[in-house]
Design a protein around this ligand. Structure first.
Ligand code: HEC
Ligand code: HEC
Ligand code: HEC
Length: 149
């Protein structure tokens, strides 16, 4: 074999060996156990604490049945209780673990309802500068049944 080819092949072999070595060092052990990801991540995710209980556990199955029955028939039915009230799993398991009151500022409702050019035209939007004077939105709108108090 020509000496320059020999050198090229040796270099290629070294590169391949280095690649295998580095790969065996940096690829996590459980990678590929189930697929193109770390198998151990499945257990890590399963061990994360549960924070959200879901709207049915607030109302249908538990204490706030009247609010739930109003909410579930109205326009905010696509906005879950915990979107406004925060994660409630602890509160559902133990009613003494009270939740901080829902954010009732104009800014909070405005996160979804302020007029933005990027929002679909059919989505109900208002100009917070002029709409409802400076009053809190819930002064006029019931958050569980936004048409009306
Ligand atoms: C769009 C946001 C929003 C959603 C969705 C929402 N809430 Fe509320 N909720 C509020 C706000 C804001 C207040 C405070 C109202 C006020 O200050 O008049 C409140 C008040 C309450 C209160 C205490 C006052 C009362 O009326 O007795 C309870 C209990 C409650 N919500 C339960 C629920 C439940 C259960 C759901 C889901 C079925 C839900 N909320 C969905 C925003 C929301
Ligand atoms: C997470 C987003 C979100 C938040 C926060 C939110 N809304 Fe809504 N709102 C919605 C959605 C979604 C609808 C239903 C739109 C539809 O049916 O097309 C809606 C509908 C409404 C409507 C009915 C408009 C109509 O034309 O029927 C009013 C009024 C309203 N919201 C007021 C409020 C007020 C007041 C607050 C604060 C207490 C609030 N919203 C907070 C998402 C939100
Ligand atoms: C003084 C009472 C009052 C206050 C405060 C108020 N609104 Fe309204 N809102 C109304 C009335 C009345 C209408 C229906 C007529 C109109 O569209 O202006 C309405 C309509 C809406 C609509 C429907 C708009 C549409 O075109 O479908 C949304 C969304 C809304 N309000 C959200 C809010 C939000 C968010 C706040 C707080 C930033 C707020 N409102 C504060 C009285 C109020």
């Amino acid at each position: 074999m020509q000496p320059h080819l020999k050198r090229a092949f040796t270099l290629l072999a070294l590169v391949i060996i280095a690649f295998i070595l580095v790969r065996s060092l940096v690829v996590p052990e459980s990678f590929g156990q189930y697929g193109w990801y770390r198998g151990a991540s499945v257990n890590e995710l399963r061990d994360l604490p549960v924070n959200y209980a879901g709207s049915t556990s607030c109302g249908e199955e538990n204490c706030h049945q009247i609010i739930y029955s109003v909410w579930v028939k109205d326009r905010h039915k696509t906005v879950n209780c915990e979107t406004c009230h925060g994660p409630a799993e602890k509160h559902v398991l133990n009613a003494r673990e009270t939740l901080t009151p829902a954010n009732d500022t104009r800014e909070y409702c405005g996160k979804c309802h302020s007029k933005r050019i990027a929002r679909p035209e059919l989505f109900p939007q208002i100009d917070p500068e002029t709409h409802g004077q400076d009053l809190r939105c819930v002064y006029c709108h019931n958050p569980h049944k936004p048409w009306f108090v």
